[in-house]
Design a protein around this ligand. Structure first.
Ligand SMILES: C[C@@]1(CC(=O)O)C2=NC(=C\c3[nH]c(c(CCC(=O)O)c3CC(=O)O)Cc3[nH]c(c(CC(=O)O)c3CCC(=O)O)/C=C3\N/C(=C\2)[C@@H](CCC(=O)O)[C@]3(C)CC(=O)O)/[C@H]1CCC(=O)O
Ligand SMILES: NC(=O)c1ccc[n+]([C@@H]2O[C@H](COP(=O)([O-])OP(=O)(O)OC[C@H]3O[C@@H](n4cnc5c(N)ncnc54)[C@H](O)[C@@H]3O)[C@@H](O)[C@H]2O)c1
Length: 229
């Protein structure tokens, strides 16, 4: 099975989940986090899904699957415990040109959901392409444990620094190399678990050395803003 990993922007777009059990619940929560408009069709729903429906975060769209529910959707989850029904759903989706995740038969669908860690702009996604979902989850835990405690202020810095570098003409021609170099410095700080209050001054000194010319007055405010965490 060959896959092409992507990050879908589905905010405000219709997504359909058929099934309301433990597995469907996980997929629904992921869709809500991405801001999708989620429709659920299920004979029975778990207490957590029931609560999401009551809170208006998910739209209950009936108890029996019907193919018309797929109309206008961008992504469909066939998440029932009935493999024949899941297969029918994925066939209906494919006919309509809609991507479908089949939770009982990965090769039948055309979307695989990786094990995810998400916190703001950082997303760690691990997939084994279906070979071992449990191992994917364990690897995700292992990777996130090592970077998460200190990553956030560093990533916030990198976001601001990137805008600064790309926005100052004096860097032009060199900006990619500068951004790569800074990423290595930041990675090293994270790897050594240097807390941001110690790491940012170290980073400031390194970045000063990377400046192509003395900082003009009109950029001094932006420069100072880089070091606020
Ligand atoms: C990563 C995660 C994301 C998520 O679902 O959000 C996810 N499964 C998770 C957990 C998990 N799934 C299963 C177990 C039991 C142990 C085991 O079997 O290993 C556990 C562990 C647990 O529950 O702790 C059983 C299972 N899963 C699939 C089948 C069908 C089959 O293989 O035929 C069966 C057998 C069902 C049966 O017959 O009983 C199929 C898929 N599951 C996938 C994703 C896709 C491949 C991802 C990849 O390999 O990278 C894929 C192909 C399709 C899809 O659903 O996208 C999520 C991590 C949750 C977390 O975040 O902690
Ligand atoms: N992909 C994964 O991550 C993964 C992980 C574990 C298990 N599974 C497999 O996924 C399936 C679902 O697991 P679960 O724990 O959520 O099961 P579950 O029993 O908790 O939920 C099944 C859901 O399907 C609904 N359903 C069944 N037939 C229906 C129909 N005709 N119309 C509408 N709704 C219908 C039920 O009402 C229920 O909400 C199982 O077959 C399991 O083997 C997949």
């Amino acid at each position: 099975m060959k896959i092409y990993p992507v990050g879908l922007v589905i905010e405000g777009r219709k997504c359909v989940v058929v099934g309301g059990g433990r597995v469907a619940e996980r997929k629904i929560k992921g869709l809500i986090e991405a801001g999708a408009e989620v429709y659920v069709v299920a004979r029975e729903v778990s207490p957590a899904v029931e609560k999401l429906i009551r809170e208006g975060r998910v739209i209950a769209a009936g108890s029996e699957y019907y193919s018309e529910i797929l109309t206008g959707s961008v992504l469909v989850f066939a998440a029932t415990d009935d493999p024949d029904l899941n297969k029918r759903i994925s066939e209906d989706a494919r006919r309509r040109g809609i991507f479908c995740n089949n939770v009982t038969d990965p090769a039948d669908g055309d979307v695989i959901i990786p094990a995810l860690f998400r916190d703001g702009n950082l997303i760690i996604a691990v997939t084994t392409t279906g070979a071992s979902p449990a191992l994917a989850a364990r690897l995700r835990d292992r990777i996130s444990e090592t970077v998460v405690p200190v990553w956030k202020p560093y990533l916030e810095f990198m976001e601001k620094w990137r805008k600064f570098v790309l926005g100052w003409k004096a860097f032009s021609g060199n900006s990619q190399e500068i951004l790569r170099k800074t990423a290595f410095i930041v990675y090293d700080l994270m790897d050594r678990h240097i807390p941001p209050d110690e790491g940012l001054p170290e980073l400031k000194a390194a970045c000063e050395n990377l400046l192509p010319m003395p900082l003009p007055d009109e950029l001094s405010e932006e420069w100072e803003d880089l070091w606020k965490s």
